[in-house]
Ligand binder design. Structure first.
Ligand SMILES: C[S@@+](CC[C@H](N)C(=O)[O-])C[C@H]1O[C@@H](n2cnc3c(N)ncnc32)[C@H](O)[C@@H]1O
Length: 516
């Protein structure tokens, strides 16, 4: 090793284990000695010389749609039984888990990316000059407690392999270097202004061989990259600087090979003001793309769709409608997670309808290929005009939709007609007293005005503020009042209002796409 930094926090034994380049440790095989030396191990190693499988307790971090941190924490509590804490850096949660429960993290629907925490500093003192700050990062790499996180990374790889084998698919390739989400315009980007785009750096990058899938047994050096996400205006360095210099030290310590595109290990350096978290990625690509194969111009992230659906609190046998479904992100997420409810998806655009139908068919096929014998999905799709839904009055339990913001889809001017009309029609089909609506829009002014004129039909319960593709949007949670439709002044349609330009002949256009 090029240098040794002794800090008071590490015992000499830990220093020995961490700094002597044991080829086994360096190449993904962790010696019994190294395992037993870590203080974070649960239980004791008693069989000298034999590998004892014990569960480790580690901290897992998850990136979640900004604004839905508490919804995600609720899901973690429900599915894993752990109390998640919400990071100061919005859009992240952390929770403790033992390795024997690690598989459960892959059942979470509200998380975009998962990583295991190597070390976390709440108040890291970054030096003032760039040189000093970067030197500190270089000196940090060899003294970090990597072992548990790497062990978890390894367990996670075998879990992923098992899952892939069960699905009859190939093991996913490491993700490409370009992590931009251009296919998904409403995808959430990095927070702008103070937050930089992630910097990834590979010092001395080498061309990687074709067969670069994760090698568990061969003593080939692993390939890695460091990705730095930095937010805050008090740093003297960029995220690229940090990734490059920290990455160089990681490379020197582990003797891994740097590779930006075909890496086995992705080391994460998340810096938010004085908070710094070093982690190892457990997911190759954001889970928000999980269900969608046919993207539209404003396809919603599956994780946001899940968050909205959770706010609806679906119950068994509920009829749930997305009347402006686009490519179907919300109803698809819903029908997979809440299979005991019935979903109806519709849109007035024929291309949107065919995307939804294709997305549904893709999931149905995937289920069948995976050996599922259950009949299709309980979802129907129809082309309709939201302002004249071909649905009976008081027949729907939940309406949840992502409304045109008036930017990429529709226009602000049209929203002044569309929003009141759609709130009225939604109120007609929704069950009085029981029905609820969870509606996403960035056109808050227009929505709030429309809602204030519908006080007899809808009551706002609360609003969750979210970041959708860099736009500050609101998820409005509404309750249908007990008023019978047709008996309130709000029922009267004003002559200039409606979806006049978008009206279609429903007789001709309704096309059902039952997915069985
Ligand atoms: C923001 S997009 C929904 C995106 C969708 N959540 C997705 O994941 O693709 C709004 C949708 O509303 C539809 N829309 C606009 N006016 C409509 C109307 N009057 N009736 C039905 N759909 C309408 C548009 O065609 C568009 O697909």
């Amino acid at each position: 090793m090029g240098f040794v930094l002794c800090t008071g926090a590490l015992s000499c034994w830990n220093m020995f284990v961490l700094l002597i380049p044991d080829p086994e440790v360096l190449n993904d095989e962790f010696s019994f000695k190294a395992r037993c030396s870590r203080t974070e191990m649960a239980g004791e190693c008693v069989n000298e010389g034999k590998e004892v499988l014990q569960s480790l307790t580690v901290t897992v971090g998850a990136t979640v749609p900004t604004g839905f941190e508490h919804t995600a924490a609720e899901e973690v509590q429900e599915k894993i039984g752990a109390i998640a804490r919400v990071s100061k850096d919005r859009g992240r949660i952390y929770f403790e888990i033992t390795t024997d429960h690690l598989h459960k993290v892959h059942h979470l629907k509200s998380v975009d990316n998962l990583f295991v925490v190597v070390e976390q500093y709440d108040h890291y003192q970054f030096k003032e000059t760039k040189e000093e700050a970067l030197l500190d990062l270089q000196q940090l790499a060899p003294v970090l407690p990597w072992n548990s996180a790497l062990e978890v990374w390894k367990i996670n790889n075998s879990l992923k392999k098992k899952r892939s084998r069960r699905r009859g698919a190939a093991v996913p390739k490491p993700k490409p270097c370009d992590t931009s989400e251009t296919e998904n315009p409403q995808a959430e980007p990095d927070e702008t202004l103070l937050k930089e785009k992630p910097g990834s750096a590979c010092p001395e990058q080498e061309p990687s061989p074709e067969d670069s899938d994760i090698q568990e047994t061969e003593a080939k050096p692993l390939k890695f990259r460091v990705t730095c996400n930095r937010a805050g205006d008090k740093h003297s360095f960029t995220s690229n600087d940090a990734a490059r210099d920290f990455g160089g030290a990681v490379q020197e310590f582990f003797q891994w090979k740097a590779d930006m595109t075909k890496f086995d290990v992705e080391v994460l350096l998340n810096i938010h003001n004085n908070e710094m978290v070093i982690g190892i990625a457990l997911t190759e690509e954001s889970l928000h793309r999980r269900n969608i194969t046919h993207f539209g111009p404003t396809t919603l992230r599956s994780t946001l769709a899940y968050g909205m659906l959770r706010l609806c609190k679906p119950q068994i046998s509920d009829v749930i409608v997305d009347p402006m479904c686009g490519s179907g992100a919300i109803p698809l997420e819903g029908v997979i997670e809440w299979s005991n409810s019935f979903f109806l998806s519709g849109d007035n655009n024929d291309m949107a309808i065919s995307r939804t139908v294709n997305n549904i068919n893709h999931i149905v096929k995937k289920k069948k290929d995976g050996g599922s014998t259950s009949p299709g999905l309980s979802i129907d799709t129809a082309q309709w005009d939201l302002c004249h839904l071909p649905l009976r009055t008081s027949s729907v339990d939940i309406i949840t939709t992502d409304m045109p913001f008036g930017k990429r889809m529709g226009s602000r001017k049209k929203n002044w007609d569309l929003y009141p009309s759609c709130l009225r029609e939604m109120a007609r089909v929704c069950r009085p007293g029981m029905g609820r609506a969870v509606l996403l829009t960035q056109d808050k002014k227009c929505f709030t005005k429309a809602l204030s004129r519908m006080g007899g039909l809808w009551r706002k319960s609360h609003t969750v503020w979210v970041n959708v593709g860099g736009l500050h949007a609101g998820v409005f949670v509404l309750r249908r009042t007990a008023a019978i439709f047709g008996t309130t002044p709000e029922d009267v349609r004003e002559p200039h209002m409606g979806c006049e330009s978008q009206e279609v002949n429903m007789e001709e256009k309704v096309q059902s796409a039952r997915s069985e």
